[in-house]
Write a protein that binds this ligand. Structure first.
Ligand code: NAP
Length: 316
């Protein structure tokens, strides 16, 4: 049986793996079948990760983290965790392939998933004009008109990046001020291709087989109007990915996995959690990485105590 399974391959997962591998725990990272690297794979330039004064592209940063984890002996499995059984001392993780991985400890670092608007036809038009990833899909919108919805850093970043391709980018926000950081807001305000539409939400999606426009609803007056766009990028935040453990681990009122104080200890001994899945507030690459460190150290202490206990039992 393994010592440690790490579920998730974002900054928290890889950093936990680097620490655990260096502590000789021979961790396996369940890195996902299609989304290896987590949210940063959808990001353009990361300017605020210390150590990269010129900035670094999100996917490059994740590739470096993985390399670093593998350098110390981390095993990587390119599959999804489909189910977990944390009821006994042996923790079991069933993968999409049906394989069951067993370990004495688990670090849960599944990050967060893009939030949806929750309006009719959103899923149907996904990939047909609607996207959650400018770096993945921006290229398809050369010289087109695009709308980005959201008012946080992600929306600013997506809108600014999309001006590389699009002839016009509407930035649609439901209030009259952004919550994004000043520097990223300013970058959007300074960009001539970006037009901000305040106090508006998307009421309806238009188009037959592909998106051709949206109906906007004024959040103050309730008035509606049509806006012709070829693409819509949704950047309204993320929700922690907790679906595998909803009935297994304690969940906080904010919807994240509950941990004990500043530790990574969940409500089940031997199960630790790190990164966006425990963080309703900061959700930065660097805080996720730090959180991965905490989880690896907690897991290491747990495993050491377990091993001491086993020795005592064996000698009794
Ligand atoms: P966020 O900060 O939670 O912002 C989400 C935005 O979407 C808010 O402006 C919110 O409006 C709006 N929104 C939420 N639900 C909506 C709905 N149903 N319809 C319309 N609008 C909706 O999320 P984020 O921008 O993804 O950022 C998440 C975290 O990652 C933040 O901590 C951010 O700093 C960080 N991040 C950092 C960088 C960077 O530093 N390079 C880049 C991207 C993200 P309200 O404002 O009205 O609530």
């Amino acid at each position: 049986m393994r010592d440690l399974i790490i579920i998730g391959s974002g900054p928290a997962g890889w950093t936990a793996a680097i620490y655990a591998a260096r502590a000789n725990l021979k961790p396996v990272v369940i890195a996902s079948q299609v989304e290896v690297g987590g949210e940063l794979m959808n990001t353009t330039e990361v300017e605020n990760f210390p150590g990269f004064p010129e900035g670094i592209m999100g996917p490059d940063l994740m590739a470096k983290m993985q390399q670093q984890a593998e350098r110390f002996g981390t095993e990587v499995v390119y599959d999804d965790a489909a189910a977990v059984d944390f009821s006994g001392e042996v923790k079991r993780v069933t993968l999409g392939s049906g394989t069951v991985e067993e370990a004495k400890a688990v670090i849960f670092a599944t990050g967060s998933a893009n939030r949806k608007l929750g309006i009719p036809r959103e899923d149907e038009l996904s990939g047909y004009g609607i996207s959650w990833c400018a770096t993945c899909d921006g290229f398809f919108f050369r010289e087109k008109t695009i709308a980005v919805v959201g008012g946080g850093d992600s929306a600013m970043e997506e809108a600014t990046f999309l001006t590389k391709f699009a002839s016009k980018v509407y930035l649609i926000h439901r209030r009259d001020e952004f919550r994004a950081s000043q520097i990223m807001q300013q970058r959007a305000f300074d960009n001539e291709k970006i037009e901000v539409i305040w106090n508006s939400e998307i009421a309806e999606l238009q188009g037959e087989s592909a998106l051709s426009g949206v109906v906007l609803r004024d959040t103050v007056t309730g008035e509606t109007r049509e806006l012709a766009v070829d693409g819509l990028f949704i950047a309204i935040g993320n929700d922690p990915r907790t679906h595998l453990v909803h009935d297994v681990l304690e969940i906080s009122p904010e919807g994240t996995i509950a941990v004990d104080g500043r530790t990574s200890r969940t409500s089940v001994p031997g199960v630790f959690a790190a990164g966006d899945v425990i963080d309703p507030t900061y959700r930065q690459a660097v805080t996720a990485a730090a959180s991965g460190t905490v989880a690896a150290l907690d897991a290491e202490h747990f495993l050491a105590a377990l091993s001491d206990r086993e020795k005592v039992v064996a000698s009794a």
